[in-house]
Each structure stands twice: as C-alpha cells, then as structure tokens.
Design a protein around this ligand. Sequence first.
Ligand code: BTN
Length: 247
Amino acid sequence: MKTIHLNQTDSTNLYLEKHLKELPKICSVRADIQTAGMGRLARHWDSAKGGLWFSVLFKSPELIPFQLQKICSLATLNALNDELESAKRSKVKSGKFLLKWPNDIYFNSRKISGCLQKNIFTPTSSNCIIGIGVNVNNPLIEELIKKAINLKTILSKEIDVEQLYHHILENIERRLSDFSQEELEADYRNNQLIKEGTHVKVLDIVNNNHYTGRVIGYPGETLEIFTEEGLQLAFKAADVTLKSWED
Ligand code: BTN
C-alpha cells in the first residue's frame, strides 16, 4: 500500500479527501501532529506528537463502508494485542484490548483508539476514508486521563510508532485479501468489550432520547438492543452513543 508521511496536517481524513483525485485506489497517510483532529459526533480529537494518527483511502472498494471499518479496527486491535504479547510480562499492565461498538478500542475501561469514517460520492465513484487514532507515546490531556490511556503506559516503554503503523496496514491488507463476511462478523463479535446480554444505556443524539436495555448483537453496521419496555431496536453509529454498560 502506498503511504504518505506528513510532519503536520489539519486532519489525515481531510488530507485524503482533498487529494482524492490524484491518489491511487488504496493508500494511507500518517501525520505526526494533527492541528484539527476530528472525532466521532463532531468532537475534537486531541492529536499531539507521539500518537499514531492515520487514514486509509479505499477508492471504489468492493466492500461496503461498515465492513472496511470493522477490518480497520480489528487490524488495529490485533496489532495492539501483538504488542502486548511480545512485551516483557513483568512490566506490562494486566488486561486485554477489546472493541467497544462501533469501533473504539479499550484497554480495561479506558479508551486507547478511535475510528472515524467518511464516505465520499462522486457521479462516477463511491469512496471511503477510514481514520484511526491510537494513543501511543503522546501525553494525554488532563480531562482524558481518567477515561483514556496510551500504549506507553500499558507497556512501560516508548513504542516505535512507524512500526506499529506498518503492522496495522499489513493486517488490513491481509484481511482484505482473505476476506470472509462470516469470519469478519464472528471476529468482531468475539472481541467485543460489551458482550451480548449486557445491560446498556444508549443516547440517541438525533431525538435526544435515552434507551436502556440488553445488547442483542452487533449485526452489520448496527447495535441491536432489547429494551426494558420489550422493544427490539437497531441503532446506527452515526445517530447514537453507547453511554454506559454493566454485566
Ligand atoms: C473517535 O473515537 O471519536 C474517532 C477518532 C478518530 C481519530 C482519527 S486520528 C486520524 C484521523 N484523522 C482525524 O481527524 N480523525 C481520525
């Protein structure tokens, strides 16, 4: 996969969007610093030096965006779990990396990675940009310290960001060439932090409504819950945030 390395940009997602026409069918851009990093639901994404901030462009892909998003987040999850495996056990914090719907990665109860997707349609093509942010060696800002974590803290050592990036890209390429929808769904389901049957609260930001219920599953691009009132509801990631969970 062609890769582009920038010292600084506003957002790697925006960079790919701006250069869409001249870029190859599949490629990736990474920046050391993003000055306007974007998170889900129009939030700001803090992107200081030392983190892994990158986006992958898929021009007219054979797969649909939610499949690409699951591929990218599982590729990141696998690379993080490999880092954990190969680190010296005595110095490593105990825990495991898991996905939190839709595509966040958590270590125990703290977020280490997030994923932001943008679809771009032209009269002749549909394109998908998947941006991934991983807290690696970057210091976390005060308000994030309780809810987020970086890889350096988990492994008690400075991490080679470039090597981690290439490991993730290799995982993405392998998952694309060996693609199976059944395996993707099973892998995604098996690596969830919030298991089926868990009690959750969902905030629907479109209608500003809260729903509480138990997770039925995560089919396709949805979260399905069974509410306390006996309703079966399906939510898309663009409309809701999964607020809290408990066993
Ligand atoms: C989230 O969890 O809210 C999604 C965060 C996505 C951050 C990444 S960093 C690389 C890419 N560029 C951006 O501006 N955002 C994504």
